[in-house]
Ligand binder design. Sequence first.
Ligand SMILES: C[S@@+](CC[C@H](N)C(=O)[O-])C[C@H]1O[C@@H](n2cnc3c(N)ncnc32)[C@H](O)[C@@H]1O
Length: 347
Amino acid sequence: MSFRVAEFYSGIGGMHFALKGAGIDSSVVRAFDINTVANEVYKHNFPGVPVMQRNIEALPMSMFEALRADLWTMSPPCQPYTRQGLQKGSEDPRSKSFLFIIDLLAKLERKPAYLLMENVAGFDKSDTRPILLRQLLRLGYRFEEYVLNPLQMCIPNSRTRYYLLAKLDRPPSDCVNDTDEFPPNFRHSVPGVNLIQPAADADGHVDFERGIWHHDEVRQVKHYMETLSNEDAEPYRLSPKVLEKYDYVMDFITPEDRRTCCFTKGYTHYAEGTGSAVQLTGVVGKDAKTQANTRYFTPREVANLMGFPAEFSFPATTSTRQGYRLLGNSLSVSVVAMLMDYLVRRM
Ligand SMILES: C[S@@+](CC[C@H](N)C(=O)[O-])C[C@H]1O[C@@H](n2cnc3c(N)ncnc32)[C@H](O)[C@@H]1O
């Protein structure tokens, strides 16, 4: 059976690449995003897919009905839920379109059989989560929630994210109350998939960000890197000023290391917490870093670490800065492909 897929908040098509990666016989019938630059990248990679550049909450009901999609993929804006942010959740105007989608699901005559949603890990504590889960139960969806990190698949990149998988295969429930709470119930492993976990701390708590990893199971970063000539590497080198000023807040790794920090949309623009830089030769340490041997990862390398396939590319009109921003907003294609396979074939 060929799946009809609607890709909401499509960005540069991380969900679409994951579908392909999972080998699911499918066609994306429509992609939705308001960002013009992202849409250009999407169309460049998937010229056959109609991309709708509109605010999702302004679209008429008839349009959603006409999709007749079996699977809806969604990675709504994460700013309302990020731990570093104000965490205004459903009060944040940027959560409006997702609340709109949650609401309209009930009105659809032909509901999607499958849903896959991705967000920052902070979503698990947001007030949007119970609204979503109550609606799913009312409509007859069975769901599973995951908090996963690509390191668990031995990919040397940290990106802890919340994932919701839902399947329409149970009777709708009319005994769900607006006040029903959902205690945390997240899984860190997927049935039938061999995922590694960081060692638990003394209290038995597993922490992906600070946890202890069995390092030799994770691949080395060098397998994800390009070989650049001196000239090609030049635009990516850290300036002496940045090296001097931000040395203590930046994360430096070597190609032999087995982790990189999560790449965010501010990578190369803000020093702290936006992603790792790589020191190519020599000893790691403050004085060992020189402009000649320290550089940022290229957008291609960031894409590799996030699981984008070799055929992914940016159009010539996308600047390097825009490329980093778009990748930082995107997702781990490797993790989502694994989840799609599970959702569609086994859940
Ligand atoms: C977290 S990113 C998703 C990125 C995507 N998964 C990818 O692989 O690139 C959220 C996306 O939602 C889009 N967006 C935010 N609010 C929207 C709205 N109301 N209507 C349509 N798109 C919206 C943003 O432009 C952004 O590209």
